[in-house]
Write a protein that binds this ligand. Structure first.
Ligand SMILES: Nc1ncnc2c1ncn2[C@@H]1O[C@H](COP(=O)(O)OS(=O)(=O)O)[C@@H](OP(=O)(O)O)[C@H]1O
Ligand SMILES: [Mg+2]
Ligand SMILES: [Mg+2]
Ligand SMILES: [Mg+2]
Length: 327
C-alpha cells in the first residue's frame, strides 16, 4: 500500500514559505545581529525565527511528529535583546506571540535522536551566505523508516536563471518520493509548480560542478582536480547552502561535490542534506557519499556512516566516483 503525503507536502511548503518571508525581512535590514554559538559557528535572528515558525506549523499539523532541527533556544535565552528581535519578527507572521512561546516553539525542534518518523529542519542553511547577502536555503524534510519522503526547500535568493543577471530571484522546491521534484514560486499561491529534471548530459566533460563557497566546508582543490580528470573545463559554481542541490536538480550543474578536507574528520548533519538529496533524486539524479554509499539517516542527527557527499545528474555517477580516486 502506498502512502500519500499530500498533507505533509502542503504543510511543509506553506511553512518554508512563511519562514522565507521572515528571513527576507531580516536580510533586508542593514545589520542582522549575529550570535556565535559554542561551536564558533554563526546564528542569526532569522535562523531562530524561521525555526520557531516551522516547528510551530509542524506542531499544529502533526503534534506527534518529532523534529530534529539545528537550533535550540539556549543562546537566545541568554541574550534578551536578540530574543526580543526574534519575537518581533515572528509577531509579523504570528501576532501576539510571547518570547517564552517563541523559545518553546524553537525547542520543539530538539527531538535529538532517530525515530521511525521524524522531520528534520535547517531553518537557515548557509547562515554565512545569509549574512553576506548571498545564497541560503530553508530546508525541511520528513524522514520515514530512515528514508526522506517529503522535502521542501526554499531558496529566497536563487535566480530563476543562473546565467541571467536580471532573472527574478526566489524559488522553492518540493519533492515527494515517487512523485517527482517541482520548482514552485516562493511567495505565490500556486502549489503545483513546474516539474524539474536533472541535466540530460551523458558525459561530464562539457558540464559544470558546484561546490561550497566557504573553503573550510569542502576541499576545493580536490573538487577541481577531480573535475579536470573528468575533462570539465568550466569554472566551479561556488554557492552556499542546499541551493547547490537545487541547481543540480534543475539542470544548471551536473555535479555537486562536498569533499572532506584532508586531516579533518567533520561528520555531516542530516539537516544539511535530507531535503536537498530528495529533490535531486526525484529530479532524476543520484546522491551518495564519496565512497558510493547511500546516505544513512538512521543515526540522526548525524550522518555517522557517511563521508562527504557526491550528487550527480544520474547519468555518470560511477564515473565521477572513480575520478575521485578515494582509495
Ligand atoms: N567544517 C565543516 N565542514 C563541512 N560542513 C560544515 C563545516 N562546518 C559547518 N558546516 C556545515 O556547512 C553548512 C553550510 O554548508 P554550505 O554548503 O552552505 O557551505 S558553503 O557556504 O557553501 O561553504 C553549515 O550549515 P548552516 O550552519 O546551516 O549554515 C554547517 O552545518
Ligand atoms: Mg549553523
Ligand atoms: Mg546547514
Ligand atoms: Mg543552519
Amino acid at each position: 500500500m502506498s502512502t500519500s503525503y499530500d498533507r505533509e507536502r502542503e504543510v511543509a511548503l506553506h511553512a518554508v514559505r512563511k519562514a522565507a518571508t521572515l528571513c527576507q525581512a531580516v536580510q533586508s535590514q542593514i545589520d542582522p545581529s549575529v550570535i556565535e554559538k559554542e561551536d564558533r559557528t554563526p546564528v542569526t535572528v532569522a535562523d531562530f525565527g524561521s525555526q520557531a515558525l516551522i516547528c510551530n506549523a509542524l506542531r499544529e499539523a502533526f503534534p506527534d511528529d518529532p523534529i530534529i532541527a539545528e537550533e535550540d533556544s539556549s543562546a537566545l535565552r541568554k541574550n534578551q535583546g536578540v530574543l526580543l528581535q526574534v519575537t518581533q519578527q515572528v509577531q509579523q507572521i504570528r501576532s501576539g506571540v510571547t518570547p517564552n512561546t517563541v523559545c518553546s516553539w524553537i525547542d520543539k525542534g530538539n527531538a535529538g535522536e532517530y525515530s521511525d518518523r521524524f522531520w528534520t529542519l535547517d531553518p537557515i542553511d548557509g547562515t554565512k551566505g545569509f549574512v553576506r547577502g548571498d545564497q541560503y536555503a530553508i530546508a525541511l524534510a520528513l524522514v520515514v523508516d530512515g528514508v526522506p519522503q517529503v522535502a521542501a526547500l526554499a531558496c529566497p535568493n536563487l535566480p530563476a536563471d543562473l546565467d541571467d543577471d536580471d532573472a527574478p530571484t526566489g524559488q522553492a522546491f518540493i519533492a515527494v518520493r515517487g512523485d517527482g521534484a517541482y520548482q514552485v514560486s516562493l511567495n505565490g499561491e500556486d502549489d503545483s509548480g513546474t516539474r524539474i529534471h536533472t541535466s540530460d548530459a551523458e558525459t561530464p566533460a562539457n558540464g559544470r560542478f558546484t561546490d561550497s563557497f566557504v573553503s573550510a566546508h569542502s576541499a576545493h582543490d580536490m573538487a577541481k582536480e577531480t573535475g579536470q580528470r573528468l575533462g570539465i573545463t568550466a569554472d566551479p559554481i561556488r554557492m552556499d547552502s542546499q541551493a547547490k542541490y537545487a541547481i543540480v536538480a534543475r539542470g544548471d550543474a551536473e555535479i555537486y561535490f562536498r569533499l572532506p578536507r584532508p586531516g579533518t574528520n567533520y561528520t555531516e548533519k542530516i539537516w544539511d542534506h535530507a531535503a536537498g538529496m530528495l529533490v535531486v533524486e526525484m529530479a532524476g539524479g543520484t546522491v551518495t557519499d564519496v565512497n558510493g554509499d547511500p546516505l544513512d539517516f538512521t543515526h540522526a542527527p548525524l550522518l555517522t556512516e557517511n563521508t562527504g557527499i557526491v550528487a550527480t545528474n544520474g547519468h555518470f555517477h560511477d564515473q565521477v566516483l572513480d575520478a575521485l580516486e578515494m582509495d
